[in-house]
Design a protein around this ligand. Structure first.
Ligand SMILES: Cc1cc2nc3c(=O)[nH]c(=O)nc-3n(C[C@H](O)[C@H](O)[C@H](O)COP(=O)(O)OP(=O)(O)OC[C@H]3O[C@@H](n4cnc5c(N)ncnc54)[C@H](O)[C@@H]3O)c2cc1C
Length: 502
């Protein structure tokens, strides 16, 4: 019996597997695909944008350098500057100007090795994560399609054909069409689609009939990506296309011509996939001993590139909470804070994609919204707002504490000796940073030494606080101001880390 069976070795399942392995849990990952590295996960179709928050998650576990290497990125900004962003992305194809971001208005920002988002690929992310998970003792079994999940109070049994895999907990990280979600009876609520999206790699007879980048048209939107023949189309058909069969070349050409308003010709289509803007979310991310993370918990269109980032955030949030539950020291209700904290984040992402679909909708209503958004997005305040949202900078969990740093990802505090927060978080424990000269919290923190690290010293920039308690997912759980109170610290430590050892 494994502590945890994870269904799906996509980026979310693998990130979670590493987190659980780091905390000493026995983990089995079951993956349908017999081999990694399908063409959908490499260049160019597997290209994905990672947010600052996701880059930070890799940094905090010591994987940022490997990810940059695997992604072939050699111009990532250095650690000594709180660099302005180089890209902000788009809203419904309206590209935002990074120079419009008011960096000073972003809350609690310090220079960090993970100062920027990046363009990478699914295969690069998965190779880095799989290597780490295996090193930490995780077993990944491929060519296994899960088709049954049964649970009782003592455990869960996962079925795949004639095989059974017993576990104490199961996490469905099996993507947007999640089998686990259906088998375990999760309610999946949301809205039906306005459009069908197509992604393809094609030979185009006359590519220059299509503009480069995102083009909004009166009929929807199309994209011409830098790799020749890599195209996207969004066709406002109300999601009517039957996605159970692959679209033919003729169908794709008809749709592309209609949406682009050109007579472009597709000679051949090598690879094609479809999606919709159906926006749905599991109403809870936990039913008994079965949990969901990533696309299994929330689906929406790729507009704004947030699915993977949201899923990685789920994995980071869930990993340490599930590990503490498995190991028996989780305080009451800890596991349920996973849904409480992560559901609102995905709910916003769903709305963000819905708003974009509404603005792209053919006809005067969509055009009116587009015009309004174009004006707003040209302002500094709105550009900064959007950057705060899509980069992850403005995510804040409601932990019931008024201090504005509590509930946010901790900035990269750095001690005078050069030690940064990211150097202290790699073993997956919580961290107490004590900036006071009298080491006031040392003895208190020692009571949870198996679950948190204590580091003291003068901070290069303490942002006006004297101590912080950082959870294993990098989120600030408590802040000490002026002279940190030992009792307040101990209350926060017990709330998130359970009863102390001594
Ligand atoms: C065109 C496009 C562009 C995108 N761009 C971005 C972007 O720029 N930024 C961003 O953040 N997101 C983006 N996304 C979304 C992102 O790709 C997904 O959100 C992300 O891949 C979800 O990861 P996951 O691990 O949850 O699921 P998946 O990547 O879908 O992985 C699920 C895994 O589970 C396996 N599996 C499925 N069923 C079973 C089963 N029954 N048994 C065993 N294994 C199973 C699958 O084989 C797969 O390996 C984009 C999506 C698309 C379509």
């Amino acid at each position: 019996m494994h502590d945890v069976v994870i269904v799906g070795a996509g980026p979310v399942g693998l990130f979670l597997a590493g987190e659980l392995g780091l905390a000493g849990c026995s983990v089995l990952v079951l993956e349908r695909e017999p081999e990694p590295g399908s063409p959908w996960r490499g260049e160019p179709l597997g290209a994905r944008g990672l947010s600052v928050a996701s880059a930070e998650a890799f940094h905090r576990r010591g994987m940022l350098t490997s990810l940059l290497l695997a992604s072939g990125i050699d111009d990532y900004p250095g650690a000594d500057e709180a660099a302005p962003p180089r890209g902000v992305g788009h809203f419904a194809g309206i590209v935002l100007d990074p120079a419009g971001v008011d960096v000073a208005a972003l809350p609690f920002r310090l220079p960090s090795p993970a100062s920027e988002g990046m363009m990478t690929r699914l295969d690069a992310i998965e190779s880095v994560l799989a290597e780490r998970a295996v090193k930490l003792g995780v077993e990944i079994r491929r060519g296994v399609t899960v088709d049954g999940v049964e649970q009782d109070e003592a455990g869960v049994v996962v079925h795949a054909g004639a095989h059974e895999y017993p576990a104490r907990w199961v996490v469905g990280c099996d993507g947007g069409r999640s089998a686990v979600r259906g088998l375990a009876g999760f309610e999946f609520a949301g809205t039906e689609p306005l459009f069908t999206g197509y992604v393809m790699l094609a030979s185009v007879a006359d590519p220059d009939k299509l503009a480069r980048g995102f083009t909004l048209t009166p009929m929807g939107m199309y994209l011409r990506m830098p790799t020749e023949g890599h195209l996207g189309v969004m066709d406002f058909d109300g999601g009517a296309f039957d996605r159970s069969r692959p679209p033919t070349r003729d169908h794709l050409q008809t749709v592309l011509r209609r949406v682009s308003g050109t007579d472009v010709t597709l000679d051949d289509v090598h690879l094609v996939s479809t999606y919709t803007d159906r926006a749905k979310q599991a109403t809870t991310y936990r039913r008994g001993r079965v949990l969901l993370a990533g696309d299994a918990a929330h689906i929406h269109s790729p507009l704004g590139g947030q699915g993977l980032n949201t899923g990685l955030g789920d994995a980071l949030n869930l990993g340490w909470k599930l590990a503490a539950t498995v190991r028996g020291h989780a305080p009451d209700g800890l596991l349920d804070t996973y849904t409480a904290e992560r559901h609102p984040v995905a709910a916003w992402v769903l709305d963000w994609t819905r708003a974009q679909a509404a603005a792209m909708r053919p006809g005067p209503h969509g055009q009116a919204l587009q015009g309004l958004m174009r004006d707003l997005l040209a302002t500094r305040d709105v550009t900064t707002y959007v950057y705060g949202k899509v980069s992850g900078h403005s995510i804040r969990y409601d932990l019931g504490d008024e201090h504005p740093l509590v509930g946010r990802t901790a900035p990269e505090f750095r001690l005078a000796d050069g030690t940064g927060l990211g150097d202290l978080t790699q073993d997956g424990r919580g961290v107490v940073l004590d900036f006071g000269a009298d080491r006031r919290l040392r003895d208190a923190a020692a009571r949870w030494a198996d679950r948190m690290r204590y580091a003291a010293g003068t901070a290069r920039n303490d942002l006006g606080v004297s101590a912080v308690l950082v959870r294993p997912d990098g989120v600030v759980a408590w802040v000490g101001e002026h002279e940190p109170e030992r009792e307040a610290f101990e209350r926060a430590a017990a709330r998130w880390f359970g009863a102390p050892e001594s």
